[in-house]
Structure formats: C-alpha cells, structure tokens
Design a protein around this ligand. Structure first.
Ligand SMILES: [Zn+2]
Length: 288
C-alpha cells in the first residue's frame, strides 16, 4: 500500500513536472542608450534634469521556446537611420553606440525561436533584418501599420526583406484588468494584451516567474514609469511625434494606473526607462 502511495506520488510529481514555466527567465539586452532631458520624455518634466533613455530587447527563455520581445537597434541601424529618417527629426532621435542583440547572444550560442513586437516603430524593429529566419508575431493591425506608416515612426527599409509574419488575434479572456488577452503557451506565464494607442497594434506582455513575481512590459505606451504612476502623458512635442492616437494612449495609461493601484507589486517595465531597467541588470545577467 505504501509502495503504491509512493508510486502514485511520484507519478503525480511527474505529471506536474512540465508545469508552468519551469525555468522561465528573462534578460534585458541593452543595445544602446541616449542622454536626454526629463522634460522631453514626460509631461511636466524638468528641463534641467538629465535622464538616460535605453534601447533594449527582452530575451525570454521559456521551456517551450526562446523568445525575443522587440529587436531593438540592429546591425543595420545606421544605414536605416541615415537613409530614411528626416533630417529635422534626427537630432531628437540620436542613439549613441550600438551593440546589436544578435551580436550579444550569438557569442553564447543562443538561438531565437520567435520574435514578438510590442510595436513596429523603427527603434523596436531595427533588428528584424538580423533575424530573417525567425517568425515574427504581431497583431494584424500592427502588421498593416508597418506597411502604411512613414518616417519618423516607421522606416520602410526595416520591412523590405521577407518577414515571416505570424498575425494573431486576442481572445475574449480577461487578464489583469484587460478584457482580451493571448496566452502564448497556455500556462499563464507569458500573456499578451492589447495596448492600442501608441500604435494601432501595440501590445504589452505580462511575464510571471515561478515564484509569482510578475512583470509587465509596456512598450512605448509611456517612456517612463511615471507615465503610469501619474498618470502622465509624454511631453507634447514628443507625443505628437510618436503617439498615433492620443486618446487611446491616454486610456492605456489610465488602465495601467488603475492596475498598479490593485497590484502594487507588479513591476512595470517601459521599453526605454533606464531607471527601471538598471535595477534588473542587463544581459548576460538574467532575472529568474
Ligand atoms: Zn514607439
């Protein structure tokens, strides 16, 4: 009887082995940083205060696949930028020295199975050309946006190679205050939600580690965590330049603001917020 119980227990533990996200971890792969002014990144910011804006991609290892959320600045960013960025936008969009994602991870033999894009703006899609063999997941609306939008937001040269698009739609499954979601592996560890506004198909990604710590990658809905805690919009010149739909973006700031009231332990990670990202460290350092 006891042997049977042990057998049962051990088979139960076998069954529960592939549970959610065994070994799930992520790393912020920083490709570049730029010094800018607090006031340029957020409404009511200080002109005298310098802040760093980061360019990162998020490397995610799930037991089923290795993913890259955004591609950040890639090997061809200088050619892309020089050829297509209007001269009057160039001074505001400088990015410093670049270490592309592919250069960093290839040294360690890491292969990407799938790319997810928070949105298709140039500084998130630049590295797509470095991974032509990898399927790229995005909502239909965002794939369409990448095909019709123009500089400075989207640089068409970044989409001229054959891209293995995998369009997806959201299901009517509420998650963390969002009415729709897309659970990537059906285990709740990686869940996409729509963040429409900054672009028509912007998405956010919730990542939940085994121990319950939960992170929310919010793309460019806000460049700063203060945009959600405020909530506060971007500086007006910046938002006119980059936010496709002001009201939509504002609604997302409000939604995440409410979420943070209910879930104060949730770690929100805007794509460019160096102060938030520095605390997590950068690849090859992992958050696990
Ligand atoms: Zn953007």
């Amino acid at each position: 009887m006891r042997a049977l119980a042990i057998l049962l227990l051990s088979s139960l533990s076998l069954i529960s082995l592939p549970t959610h996200a065994a070994g799930l971890r992520f790393a912020l792969v920083k490709t570049a940083e730029t010094e800018t002014r607090d006031a340029f990144t957020i409404e009511d910011g200080a002109w005298g205060e310098k802040v760093i804006a980061n360019h990162v991609a998020v490397l995610i290892e799930h037991h089923a696949a290795t993913l890259l959320l955004d591609t950040s600045l890639g090997r061809q960013v200088d050619q892309q930028f020089d050829a297509e960025m209007p001269w009057w936008d160039k001074p505001l969009l400088q990015y410093g020295t670049v270490t592309p994602v592919r250069d960093q991870i290839e040294r360690d033999g890491i292969r990407i199975d799938r790319i997810l894009l928070t949105h298709t703006h140039w500084d998130h899609a630049s590295g797509l050309a470095d991974f032509p063999e990898v399927p790229v997941w995005a909502p239909y609306e965002e794939i369409e946006f990448s095909q019709i939008s123009t500089p400075p937001a989207v640089l068409p040269s970044q989409f001229k190679h054959p891209i293995k698009w995998v369009p997806f739609t959201f299901a009517a499954h509420p998650f963390m205050g969002f009415e729709q979601s897309h659970d990537l592996f059906g285990d709740g560890s990686l869940v996409l939600v729509p963040l429409t506004g900054h672009t028509p198909g912007s998405v956010g990604l919730f990542l939940t580690l085994d121990d319950g710590r939960r992170f929310f990658f919010t793309g460019d809905a806000s460049w700063r965590l203060e945009g959600f805690t405020g909530p506060k919009e971007k500086f007006w010149i910046s938002r006119r330049m980059v936010d496709n739909d002001r009201e939509g973006t504002r609604a997302q700031l409000e939604k995440v603001h409410q979420l943070l009231q209910r879930e104060p332990n949730l770690q929100v990670i805007p794509a460019h917020d160096e102060a938030v990202q520095r605390k997590l460290g950068y690849y090859p350092q992992w958050v696990e």
